[in-house]
Each structure stands twice: as C-alpha cells, then as structure tokens.
Ligand binder design. Structure first.
Ligand code: ATP
Length: 577
C-alpha cells in the first residue's frame, strides 16, 4: 500500500491543509466544555444574564469557525482523494495494457476489473477519511484527556482507565477483521466473474436452457460472499456496543467521583459538566476512529491488491529492432517451435518448422484444438514460443520492438470484436488517419462494401456495443477491412471467414490475391475450400505438423488432409475411387 502514496505527490498542499483545518476545528471543540462550565459556574450561579449571553455568542462563534474549518478540510481532502484515485486508476490501466496475454490469462479479467473499480474506490474513501481524521481524532482524544487533567487530576483518572480499555477493543477488532476483508474481496471477484460470464454469454445460456444451473452457480457464489460479509460484519459490529458500554460505565464513574468532589467543595458543578462533555467527545471521536480504522483496514487490503498488480512486471521484453516502412515483404520462418501455455502441462505446439516465402498465402488447417490459433498468435507475439524461434526476415520476433512489429501485421481474430461507434471509426482502429478512399478500398477487398452501402448513413452507420446490430458475417467482414486498411505486410486471418458463405469466402481470397500491395497471408481455417488454393498448406494435428505442401501434394500423400478434404467434399472422394 505504501508505494501507492506516491500518487498523492501532486496534492502535497491539500494533504497538509486538510488535516490542519481539522486540527483547528478540533481545537475550537476542545474549548467548548470550558465555556459551558463558565456559563454554569459564573453565569447561572450569579444569575448574570449579560455574561450568559456573551458566553452563548462565544459558543456560536466557536461553532461557526469550526464549521468553516471543517468544510475547508473536507474540500481539500476530497480534492486530494479524488485526484489520487484518478491518477492511480490511470496508472493501473496503463500498466495492465503492458501485460502479455499469458499474464492476463493468469490474473484473470474479473479480478482486474474489481481492482480497477471497487478496490480503487475503497482506497479513495480511505485516503479521504485518513486526511480528515487521522490527526483530528487522536488529537481530540488526547486533548480531551489533557483538558480533563487541567480541570481535576483525580477525576481525570477515570479517563486513564477508560481510554486504554477502548483502545484494546478497537485495535483488537481491527486485527481480527483485517485478513477477513481480504477474503471478502476475493469472493467478490468470484461473483463478478460469474456475472460477467453470464452477461456476455446470455444468448448461449438461454439457447442451452442453462438459466437454472447458472442461477444456482450465481446464488452459491453470492451466498459465500454474503456469509463472508456477515461474518466480518458481526465482528466489526461489536465495535459500537462494546465501546459504548465502556464509555457509559466511565461516565457513571465520572459522575459519581464528580458528585463526591462537588460535595467536598473541590469541584464545581460546571467542571463536572465539562468533564462529562470531554468524556462524550472522546467517545464520539473513538467511534469515528474505529470507523476510520475499519475503512483504512479495507483500504489497505484493497491497496495491497492494487499494489500486487502494479508489482507484476510486464513479462514482455521488447526488442530494439524497428520494422522500417520500406522493409521488403517478409518471409517468415518457424524453427523447431514449441509452445506450452502457463499452467498447461502439455505442449500445445510441438517442434513446428516451416517457411512462408515473401508474399505467399499459407493455409493452416486442422481439427479443433490442433493448435492453429496458437501457431499464428506467435507471429505478433501474443504469446512467445517456449522453445525454438519465429523469425521474420531473418530476425527473431523477440528482437523487434513489439509496437513496430504489430503495426505491420493485420490480425483478424477468431471472434469478431467491434466497438461502439461508426463503421468508419471502427475501420480506423486499423489506421487512425485512413482516408475515405483507403477505407473504401479495404471494405471492397473484405467484401463489405456492398452491405455498408446499404446501411443508413453508410460509413457513419452506428455500430452498437460488440456489433450486435450486425450479422456475424458482416462483423467478420468489417474486422477484415479493419486489418486491411493499414496495408499490413503480414495478414493473419484466424478462422475469420467462418461466418461467410462459400462464394463470399472465395471472392475474398481472390481479392486478397489481386491486391497490389504484397502481403504474406496466413489463413487459418477448418474448411479445406478456404485453404486449397494457398501456396503452402500446413496440416496440424494435436500441436504437430502432419502435412506440408500444396493442395495437390497433400491429397496424394497426407492422410490427415485427405480425411478433412473428403469429409467436406464426399463426391470427389467417390470420383477418386
Ligand atoms: N490461452 C490459453 N491458455 C491455455 N491453453 C490454451 C490457451 N489457448 C489455447 N490453449 C490450448 O492450446 C491448444 C490449442 O488451442 P488452439 O486455440 O491453438 O487450437 P485451434 O486449432 O485454433 O482450435 P479451434 O479451431 O477450435 O479454434 C488447446 O488444447 C487449447 O486448450
């Protein structure tokens, strides 16, 4: 948590002024019981109306000045706390952007969302409260005790007994609840994960009639969270009753001691009232202190969770080599490449070796889970090979500066992801300064021009969140156009034509070949038709290459390819026999 405090450095003035104004407010509060005592002992005793009026005006003035100090302190504390949270949120967001996919997979997006939102809010509340109370409350507790000693040493010994007892209760509860709050946050992460999965997969869930089982899963996670909260709440809830019992017992003792001493003529009635006032001030402040400690305990637990993410060093080691604009169309070599995902024992890719020549179209085919996406994900370094090398133009991809490497690669992922905004804005994700002509050209190649033309507003047509107002095929075509608009040297189509009909798929491949800019293209597909006119086809099975060559060669000598092909074109199988 400590390391997070550097984000307060731009608010030095506010972090000093907020507690300072609170101290001023507290000082005025400590004078109030003395004025009250004077009203009783002098004003009421002598029936001196002008004196009482004067003292009442002083009380009003003390209250007014105290209020101004308090509002000023609140302003500074709020300014520092919100500014601190905004900076921290920004830093955390930026830090997460630098994580590799492996790190994202390991940490999990649900927990990252909780840390970005509720954890930061909790820390913000903690900072705000600390700035206002961390000096004020101990100052009042200590100050009221000193004032009590000034009024009467013997009666003040009641305070000496009460305050340590209160401190034991407050700190004891704090120590017990601290680790429990951590558990509560972890349970909240789990509930968030289930909620997210449910909301994003709502259609699938309903299609499979899974509402009941998902409801149970949610209820069980929610129940665990509720139980954890109730448990910690019960312990924290002991704070107020216990502190009130101690303080009320202290007040009784104080009244008794005070009465005896008034009787003996050592104390005045006004002084006893002042002592009781100090006692109740201490109680109020200790309750505030207890709440402060609970909020701070939660804030520290949340702060530590945020700190953990910030301490996680982005694993991606950037190379120094910049991909120059005028660099030749690349050739890509996979040299004995293997990949094991973090937490997976088995290799998802094993000893992959092949070369994609400049401007070649490489088809990658295989059953589900055979490693097709894993293979192409190594080119833009979404994951790094655990063994072997992926080389572009003779250099290991790890030697390239990742940003410049990715700028030259157009990736169309398996799941077509679009963002809320116009069609033009979505296409410009590929190239921020793309002209309308460039966009039109990309849409043409991606076979999207026709449907965009029919949409109301054309390029200004508004796409809803996740592109839900477009069909699956339309979404895929736009993601292809988005990748093409930057005129990449390498284009990766990861099963991204699966929602296209055969004719459109064929037209897309024809248009790709006809483009004047040379590109090395990887087409991942389960459809033999999508890869059959590729310059080279890689056949994968269980992470290994089981065939390599052109369609004709593979039909002659690769049983795995034959199986895929003839299962999709049974008539040709019959003709061949
Ligand atoms: N992020 C990941 N973390 C752990 N394991 C993964 C990850 N991504 C893929 N795998 C595993 O790697 C293997 C290959 O997966 P991959 O997605 O590359 O297959 P694929 O051939 O593209 O499959 P599909 O055609 O179904 O998309 C699978 O066993 C899968 O479980």
């Amino acid at each position: 948590m400590k390391s997070l405090l550097i984000y307060l450095k731009d608010y030095k003035k506010e972090t000093v002024l907020a507690p300072l104004f609170k101290l001023l407010e507290a000082s005025f509060e400590l004078i109030v019981p003395l004025v009250m005592a004077a009203v009783i002992d002098v004003g009421i005793e002598n029936r001196d109306r002008p004196y009482i009026l004067k003292m009442c005006l002083i009380l009003i003035a003390l209250g007014g000045i105290g209020l101004i100090c308090s509002i000023t302190a609140q302003y500074f504390a709020a300014k520092a706390a919100t500014g601190f949270a905004a900076k921290l949120r920004h830093e955390l967001f930026w830090h997460i952007q630098k994580f590799t996919f492996t790190q994202m997979d390991t940490i999990g997006s649900a927990t990252l969302i909780t840390r970005m939102t509720s954890d930061i809010n909790q820390v913000q509340a903690g900072v705000n409260l600390v700035l206002r109370l961390f000096l004020r409350s101990p100052f009042i507790v200590f100050g009221a005790m000193v004032m009590a000693f000034v009024v009467d040493v013997k009666a003040a010994f009641v305070f000496v007994v009460v305050i340590p007892l209160l401190s034991i209760v407050v700190f004891g509860i704090m120590l017990i609840t601290m680790p429990l709050y951590k558990k509560v946050q972890a349970n909240l992460d789990r509930v968030l994960l289930v909620t997210r999965e449910n909301l994003t997969g709502a259609r699938v869930l309903r299609a499979f009639n899974k509402e009941e089982s998902e409801k149970k899963r949610f209820l069980s996670g929610n129940q665990i969270l509720t139980d954890a909260q109730k448990y910690v709440g019960r312990i924290a809830g002991l704070m107020n009753p216990l502190t009130y019992i101690i303080v009320n017992a202290g007040t009784i003792l104080l009244l008794y001691t005070g009465a005896v001493r008034v009787d003996k003529g050592i104390l005045t009635q006004g002084e006893v009232v002042a002592l009781v006032n100090y006692m109740s001030q201490i109680l109020v402040e200790l309750v505030k202190l207890a709440n402060l400690i609970i909020t701070v305990t939660k804030a520290i637990a949340c702060g530590n969770r945020i700190e953990k993410i910030l301490e996680e060093k982005p694993d991606r080691k950037d190379g120094k080599w910049k991909w120059e604009e005028n660099e030749e169309t690349p050739f890509i070599e996979f040299k004995h490449v293997s990949l094991v995902y973090d937490g997976n024992g088995a290799e998802s890719l094993e000893d992959i070796t092949f070369t994609a020549k400049k401007g070649d179209i490489i088809g990658i085919i295989g059953g589900t889970g055979s490693g097709k996406s894993s293979l192409v994900n190594l080119i833009p370094r979404f994951y790094d090979a655990t063994k072997g090398e992926v080389r572009i133009n003779g250099k290991d991809v790890k030697e390239y500066e990742t940003e410049s490497l990715r700028a030259r690669i157009g990736v169309v992922p398996q799941k077509a992801a679009l963002f809320k905004g116009t069609i033009a804005e979505n296409i410009r994700w590929g190239k921020a300064d793309a002209t309308e002509e460039e966009i039109a050209e990309a849409l043409e190649t991606a076979q999207a021009a026709e449907f965009v033309e029919k949409k109301e507003g054309k390029l200004s047509y508004n796409i809803e969140q996740n592109g839900r107002n477009l069909s699956g095929g339309q979404r895929q075509r736009l993601t292809i156009a988005r990748a093409l608009v930057r005129k990449p040297e390498i284009l990766i189509l990861d099963d991204s034509a699966s929602a296209l009909d055969f004719a459109t798929d064929a037209a897309l491949r024809k248009a790709l070949r006809a483009r004047k800019e040379k590109m090395t293209v990887f087409i991942v597909s389960q459809r033999a038709a999508s890869v059959q006119d590729a310059d080279q086809i890689i056949v994968l099975d269980d992470g290994e290459i089981v065939g390599k060559g052109t369609h004709k060669e593979l039909l002659l000598n690769c049983p795995a390819y034959q199986e895929i092909y003839y299962s999709q074109f049974p008539k040709e199988a019959e003709n061949g026999r």
